[in-house]
Design a protein around this ligand. Structure first.
Ligand code: IMP
Ligand code: MG
Length: 187
C-alpha cells in the first residue's frame, strides 16, 4: 500500500524559512539565553533545525501531550504524557510546535506553562492552518500559513509515518478516506 504524497512546501523553502526564524530569534533575544520547549513528537525535527540556527545560548526541554478528539478536531482536553525535565522558572521560553490546527492544544497548554513562572513565554510554529482555528492562540514566530489539508513531513505524521520526510507534503491516503483522529492521539 502506497499513500500518494505531493509536495506542498519543498525542502529548500522549509530550510530557508527556519534559517530566517532562527535569525529573528537570535536578534530578538540578543544578550539573553533561550529555553526551547519542544512538543513531541511532531516538533522535534523543527526544534533541532531551529536550535542549530540560533546564535544565542540555547537549552532544550521536551514535553509530550495527548488530546482527545473526534475525526476532525481535538477537543481541547489535553493530557501531559511526558512533563518537562527542567524548571522553567525565570527562563525565556519559546514553545516549538509543528503545527497549529484548531489551536486547542496550545490554547490549553500556554496558560498552564505560564503558571510555572518563566521570565517570558512565546510560541513558535512551523505551520499554521488559520481556516481551522477554534481556540485563540497567538503565534509569535511562524513558518507558513497553509490551507486546510492534512500534511506530513518535517516531524508531522500520518498514522506515525512520514515524519522523516525532509519536505512538507500533502498525503492522499490509499483508502481515499480522511485520516482518522479518533480517541486519544499523541501529538
Ligand atoms: P490543535 O491545534 O490542538 O488542533 O492540534 C494540533 C496538533 O494536531 C498538532 O500538533 C499535530 O500533532 C496535529 N495535526 C494537526 N494538523 C495536522 C496535519 O495536517 N498533519 C499532521 N498532524 C496534524
Ligand atoms: Mg504536534
Amino acid at each position: 500500500m502506497a499513500d500518494k504524497i505531493s509536495v506542498l512546501i519543498p525542502e529548500e523553502a522549509v530550510d530557508a524559512k527556519i534559517k530566517e526564524i532562527g535569525e529573528r530569534i537570535s536578534k530578538d533575544y540578543e544578550g539573553k539565553e533561550v529555553h526551547l520547549i519542544c512538543i513531541l513528537k511532531g516538533g522535534v525535527f523543527f526544534a533541532c533545525e531551529l536550535a542549530k540556527r540560533i546564535t544565542v545560548p540555547v537549552s532544550l526541554d521536551f514535553m509530550q501531550v495527548s488530546s482527545y478528539g473526534n475525526a476532525t478536531s481535538s477537543s481541547g482536553i489535553v493530557r501531559i504524557k511526558k512533563d518537562l525535565d527542567d524548571s522553567m522558572e525565570g527562563k525565556e521560553v519559546i514553545i516549538v510546535e509543528d503545527i497549529i490546527d484548531s489551536g486547542r492544544t496550545l490554547h490549553y497548554l500556554i496558560p498552564v506553562l505560564k503558571q510555572r513562572n518563566p521570565a517570558s513565554i512565546k510560541l513558535c510554529a512551523l505551520l499554521n492552518k488559520p481556516d481551522r482555528r477554534e481556540a485563540e492562540v497567538q503565534i509569535d514566530y511562524l513558518g507558513f500559513d497553509i490551507p486546510d489539508e492534512f500534511v506530513v513531513g518535517y516531524g508531522l505524521d500520518y498514522a506515525q509515518k512520514y515524519r522523516n520526510l525532509p519536505f512538507i507534503g500533502v498525503v492522499e491516503p490509499d483508502t481515499g478516506e480522511e485520516p482518522e483522529r479518533k480517541g486519544e492521539t499523541v501529538e
